[in-house]
Ligand binder design. Structure first.
Ligand code: NAI
Ligand code: NA
Length: 397
């Protein structure tokens, strides 16, 4: 198969296995340049096949010598489909991890189901016995009710007033107007159901019931606070309500985990980075392009891997934790600096048309979004036929 990027509405429908391997290898290379730290030894990651979950997995494995189990929902190649980027990232991760002393496993399944929880618990019992850390890094558009099977959808929408703005089309490099209707109460509820904390809590409860939590057990999930520029669609929108719920869930779990395990449940407010999930948020591409431009100019730009390394090394397992009044770990402090926010806003005003493509921040975003799907690497020949069957591993269980 000859694999080229195919996009629909800024979503990549194809992924290149060799490019995904390149992406994962680069994460490991970056981690190798960073200092090691003492951390958890047995980690379960929900959503570790891409984005923040994958970077968490790489830094924990490479820099803290952790063993990992990753639960993700990805598709293997089939007929004319290349398989998802996350699928190939998993393949590449396992290949890289062979040179580590730790053990790494993948479970492909819907994290929201009772069945996936049961399979994962069996895997923990047969391998690590218990876990020291659960990273809950899931981003999904739908969640089946685990008891009834009814599928509930999330909707990334503003609340109250419609959103009128601009969006960048990645494939055509055009600017399009967007008009997103304010969410209905059902859409707010649905988004909280999918992206709130309920499933995270179900995981922790199932793991605890099975005796899988070690003394000192920690769990972390990722939130976003963000700025004025993204506020209407993010923190004041449907996803903001879901994040409120996620953060409340952390506070509630934190108190009993502290009592029973001398452990904790925490939220980290993470910075905006290029992932499958973030690109899906209306207006995000313009925001991150301008943000990248500013942070590069000011010299405080961070990569996704470096961001997660800093989080775990200094703030989760180190003694340099920054927290706010809601007990959220603020590892987004560089993005939130007033100077960064002010300049980003100014650029967003200034670059409302195709001129945004002249920014090196936009170019960096475009490079990253292609890399996320295995495209745009100079040393890969994209005209070469790829024999997917030949590189298909025996990964699925
Ligand atoms: P992503 O799309 O790169 O990763 C999502 C992960 O969830 C993938 O591993 C995917 O396989 C997995 N997943 C999705 N549905 C699943 C299901 N039903 N069962 C099992 N696994 C499933 O997304 P990203 O951006 O890394 O998001 C992770 C978390 O980080 C989210 O909670 C997001 O809100 C948060 N976050 C992201 C920021 C960003 O700028 N990307 C900023 C701050 C927080
Ligand atoms: Na992730």
């Amino acid at each position: 198969m000859i694999i080229k990027p195919t996009l629909r509405n800024n979503i990549f429908l194809s992924a290149h296995p060799l490019g995904c391997e390149h992406y994962v290898n680069d994460l490991f290379e970056e981690a190798k340049q960073l200092p090691n730290f003492g951390g958890p030894k047995r980690v379960l990651i929900i959503g570790g096949s891409s984005g923040y979950g994958l970077s968490s997995r790489v830094t924990l494995a490479q820099n803290a010598q952790a063993s990992t189990i990753n639960v993700s929902y990805e598709s293997r190649p089939k007929d004319q489909r290349t398989g998802t980027a996350g699928y190939w990232n998993n393949v590449a991760f396992i290949k890289q991890a062979q040179s580590l002393d730790s053990k790494h496993y993948d479970i492909i399944g819907n994290a929201f189901s009772h069945q996936t929880k049961a399979i994962t618990i069996d895997k923990i019992k047969e391998t690590f016995g218990q876990i020291d850390l659960l990273v809950y890094s899931l981003a999904s558009g739908a969640r089946p009710n685990p008891d009834t099977g009814e599928v509930i959808y999330s909707a990334i929408k503003p609340i109250g007033e419609d959103l009128v703005g601009k969006t960048v089309d990645i494939a055509s490099k055009e600017i399009r107007d967007i008009h997103i209707k304010a969410a209905t109460p059902e859409e707010v509820q649905g988004t909280v159901y999918v992206m709130g904390g309920e499933d995270w809590q179900l995981w922790v409860e199932a793991l605890e019931k099975a005796g899988c939590l070690s003394k000192g057990f920690k769990t972390i999930s990722y939130s976003y606070v963000g700025s004025g520029a993204m506020d209407q669609i993010y923190r004041s929108g449907t996803i903001g309500k879901a994040k409120d719920h996620l953060e409340d869930t952390a506070l509630a779990m934190n108190s009993w985990l502290k009592d029973k395990y001398q452990g904790e449940a925490v939220i980290s407010s993470s910075k905006a980075v290029t992932t499958k999930a973030s690109v899906f948020i209306p207006g995000f591409v313009s925001y991150i392009s301008c943000l990248f431009e500013v942070m590069k100019e000011l010299g405080n730009h961070e990569s996704i891997l470096a961001h997660k390394h800093l989080l775990f090394k200094d703030m989760v397992y180190g003694d340099k934790r920054l927290v706010d009044a809601k007990n959220r770990i603020r590892v987004d402090h560089h993005e939130m600096e007033p100077r960064v926010q002010e300049l980003t806003k100014r650029y967003l005003q200034q670059y409302q048309n195709e001129s945004i493509f002249e920014l090196s921040g936009t170019q960096l975003f475009l490079t990253e979004v292609h890399h996320n799907n295995g495209f745009g690497y100079a040393d890969i020949d994209y005209d070469q036929d790829v024999d997917l069957e030949a590189i298909l591993p025996k990964l699925d269980n």
